[in-house]
Write a protein that binds this ligand. Structure first.
Ligand SMILES: [Zn+2]
Length: 383
C-alpha cells in the first residue's frame, strides 16, 4: 500500500465522544495538478464511498508504478457527523441534527469578498503568478474561518484540504437516479469531457453561488475576482474545476458500479495529466449541457400515493402523463386520482424514493434545454 494516511480530529461534542476525518494522499505534496475527492458529504449517499474504494486501489497501483504526476487527496468519507446520525436504525445524513440544523451541502461560506480584498492590488498579467497569489489567498482566508463548533471545524477542515485544488470532485447521489453532474458554466468544456469519460446523460451548469453548495464555493471566487478586477481569462482562468457528481441513486452501491465509476474517473485523471499514461479516445457525449433553470423539478400538487406512469430513464414530452396521485381518503374512486403532467421535454433522470408524498414534495426531475418560466429566480437546487 502506498497511500499516506492522515487523521484530522474534530472537536468532541459531548463527553466521551470523538470523531475524525481520514485523509488519503498520493503523489507529491505541492505538485500540480492537485485533485481532491470527497464522498458522502450528504452522509446517506454511499455510491461515492464505493467508487472511492475502487479508485483508491487504482491509485495505489499507479503510485507503485511511479505514474502519479500531481497530488491527489481523497476523503473516503467526508462527513462522520452525518454518518453518526442514526435514528431508528436509519442514517439521516442530509440535514444536520445539531449546531442549528441545515443541509450539509448548503450555505458554505462565500470566500469571494475576503479573497478579493486579499488579492486586489497583487494580481497582474502573469498567469502563473496570479494562480499562486489566488491559491495562497484562498488558503489564508480559509485559515481564518471560525472553528469553535463541530460544524465550523468540519467545514474548515474540508476547505483547508480542497480550496487550492485544480480539480474538486464532490461525490453524491440522488434518490433513484441516473448519473448526472453539476458544475459552473465557465467549466463547460471540462465538464463535458468528464461527462464523456463517465458516460453521463445529464449535465447541469450554473452561474453562481445559489444555495452555497460545496462545489460552487470553490469555483466562484475565481470568477468573481476576475470580473471585479476586470481581468481576462488568460491572466486569471477559472483554475478550480469543481463538480458535484451524482452517482445515480442511493441504493446503487455495488462493486460493479463502483469499479466502473472509478475506472472512468481514473481515465479522466490520465487525460488531464494528473497520472501519466494513455487515456484513449474520448467517448462520445450522451447529452448537451442544460442550464439549471431548464431542469424541471416537478412537485406534488397535493398529498397522495404516487402511481407512476413513466419510468426513470424515459424520454418525456411536454403534456405527457407522468404520474397520478391517489387520494386514499376519497371513497369515490372516480375522483381519487390527480394527474401530474410534464411541463418540460427531456429525460426523466431522477424520481423520489417515497411513493407517498406531501404537497410540494419534488416527485422527479426532467432534464430539458429550454429555460422554464416557473424555475427562474427559484431556488435552483432541491433542499
Ligand atoms: Zn447529495
Amino acid at each position: 500500500m502506498s497511500r499516506k494516511t492522515e487523521t484530522i480530529p474534530l472537536p468532541a461534542t459531548s463527553p466521551g465522544t470523538s470523531r475524525h476525518l481520514t485523509v488519503w494522499r498520493w503523489g507529491t505534496p505541492g505538485a500540480r495538478p492537485k485533485v481532491y475527492f470527497q464522498s458522502a458529504l450528504h452522509a446517506d449517499e454511499w455510491p461515492g464511498i464505493m467508487a472511492s474504494h475502487h479508485l483508491s486501489a487504482l491509485l495505489d497501483k499507479a503510485e507503485a508504478r511511479g505514474e502519479i504526476q500531481g497530488e491527489i487527496i481523497m476523503l473516503p468519507y467526508a462527513n462522520p457527523v452525518g454518518l453518526s446520525q442514526s435514528v431508528n436504525d436509519r442514517v439521516l445524513g442530509r440535514f444536520r441534527l445539531a449546531d442549528g440544523g441545515g443541509n450539509f451541502n448548503r450555505d458554505w461560506p462565500d470566500l469571494s469578498p475576503a479573497v478579493l480584498e486579499a488579492v486586489r492590488d497583487k494580481l497582474g498579467n502573469n498567469r502563473d503568478e496570479n494562480l499562486n497569489i489566488m491559491r495562497k489567498a484562498l488558503l489564508e482566508v480559509v485559515s481564518k474561518l471560525p472553528e469553535e463548533s463541530e460544524k465550523d471545524a468540519h467545514r474548515k477542515a474540508l476547505l483547508g484540504l480542497s480550496v487550492d485544488s485544480d480539480y474538486v470532485f464532490d461525490l453524491h447521489c440522488d434518490w433513484e437516479a441516473m448519473l448526472h453532474l453539476y458544475s459552473h458554466a465557465e467549466h463547460e468544456d471540462i465538464t463535458m469531457e468528464l461527462a464523456c469519460d463517465m458516460g453521463v446523460p445529464v449535465v447541469m451548469l450554473d452561474t453562481g453561488l445559489v444555495g452555497g453548495p460545496f462545489d460552487e464555493t470553490h469555483a466562484n471566487p475565481w470568477v468573481t475576482v476576475r470580473k471585479e478586477l476586470g481581468l481576462n481569462k488568460d491572466a486569471l482562468p477559472p483554475a478550480c474545476f469543481s463538480t458535484t457528481v451524482e452517482l445515480r441513486g442511493q441504493c446503487d452501491v455495488s462493486d460493479e458500479l463502483g469499479s466502473l465509476d472509478a475506472a472512468n474517473m481514473y481515465r479522466f485523471l490520465i487525460r488531464r495529466g494528473v497520472i501519466s499514461g494513455d487515456a484513449d479516445d474520448l467517448p462520445k457525449a450522451l447529452c448537451k449541457p442544460s442550464p439549471l433553470d431548464a431542469i424541471d423539478m416537478f412537485t406534488a400538487p397535493r398529498e397522495g400515493l404516487i402511481a407512476w406512469k413513466k419510468q426513470l430513464g424515459d424520454i418525456i414530452e411536454v403534456g405527457d402523463l407522468l404520474a397520478e396521485l391517489i387520494d386514499i381518503t376519497e371513497p369515490d374512486l372516480s375522483k381519487a386520482r390527480t394527474p401530474v403532467y410534464a411541463q418540460q421535454s427531456g429525460l426523466l433522470f431522477a424520481v423520489h424514493t417515497d411513493r407517498l408524498v406531501r404537497p410540494g414534495t419534488i416527485m422527479g426531475k426532467i432534464s430539458g434545454h429550454e429555460p422554464l418560466a416557473h424555475r427562474q429566480g427559484a431556488q435552483l437546487l432541491s433542499n
